[in-house]
Design a protein around this ligand. Structure first.
Ligand code: NAD
Length: 253
């Protein structure tokens, strides 16, 4: 197996939350990291933290739903940082509602960011990975893929990402590219803080309630997800392909 000279990782939705933790973890693992989010300026603090810790990073502004922007962003990564070897499709949004109240726009938005975004980013990045004969694509699914009240759009998208993961694993394995998914349970981020607000609970009370229901008696942190992503990105994880790893404090799936 050929190891590319420069190992570069691209993390989408990396300006905050789980994506920022993944970017910082991969940088600590020795990757140069493209920190990609909608607005380049919001990526700068993550880049600065990586650089302060002795790593290499680049801020990239792009909407993962925009075909032209994705092509330009991945080309910019290749030119300025090196050929992408690892892609983490982490960018995500929630537009929760019960089915009878869910708008078509909210359905489309969630499908676009999670599915179209992961498709466009993966298609652009795999060109470099297959050429190098080495690559890792890691998709962010969710325990909501198993069904969750008020999340018909999100659950469908996150279940869709599992089928997407398994199919890419079959297609790209022979090029030295593995494709796996991490499916987190409740992780404390702005996304779950917004969920607490929507259901009228304080974030602290919400976290406490979720922790009590968990076998490990705690909520998840972004670093818990980053550790699983780090494993899939490793050289010696090359025989692990097409898997969905639930990082949820208990058995799922
Ligand atoms: P978050 O809302 O804190 O961060 C998501 C990031 O994605 C934001 O920085 C946002 O700007 C970016 N983003 C959104 N749309 C984008 C687009 N079109 N192009 C580029 N960037 C875009 O969310 P988080 O909690 O850190 O979640 C990260 C991922 O993990 C998501 O895919 C989410 O669905 C998944 N996830 C989260 C949890 C959880 O409990 N927090 C659980 C399971 C799965």
């Amino acid at each position: 197996m050929t190891q590319p000279r420069t190992r570069v990782a691209v993390v989408t939705g990396a300006a905050r939350g789980i994506g920022a933790a993944i970017a910082e973890r991969l940088a600590a693992d020795g990757f140069a990291v493209a920190v990609l989010d909608l607005d380049e300026s919001t990526c700068k603090p993550v880049v600065e933290r990586i650089e302060a810790a002795g790593g290499t990073a680049l801020a990239i502004g792009a909407d993962v739903c925009d075909e032209q922007a994705v092509a330009a962003a991945v080309a910019r990564v290749a030119e300025n940082l090196g050929t992408p070897a690892v892609l983490v499709n982490n960018a995500g949004v929630l537009r929760d509602n019960l089915l009878f109240k869910m708008s078509a726009a909210d359905w489309d938005m969630v499908m676009d960011v999670h599915l179209r975004g992961s498709f466009l980013m993966s298609r652009a990045a795999q060109a470099y990975m297959t050429e190098a004969g080495w690559g890792r694509i890691i998709n962010l699914s969710s325990e909501s893929a198993l069904g969750n009240r008020g999340q018909a759009n999100y659950a469908a998208a996150k279940a869709g990402l599992q089928g997407f993961t398994k199919t890419l694993a079959i297609e790209l394995g022979k090029f030295g590219v593995t494709v796996n998914a991490v499916a987190p349970g409740f992780i404390a981020t702005d996304m779950t803080a917004e969920t607490a607000q929507r259901i009228g609970m304080s974030f602290d009370a919400f976290k406490e309630m979720v922790a009590q229901q968990s076998p490990v008696q705690r909520i998840g942190e972004p670093a818990d997800v980053a550790a699983a992503v780090s494993f899939f990105a490793r050289e010696d994880a090359s025989f692990v392909n097409g898997q969905v790893l639930y990082v949820a404090g208990g058995p799922k799936g």
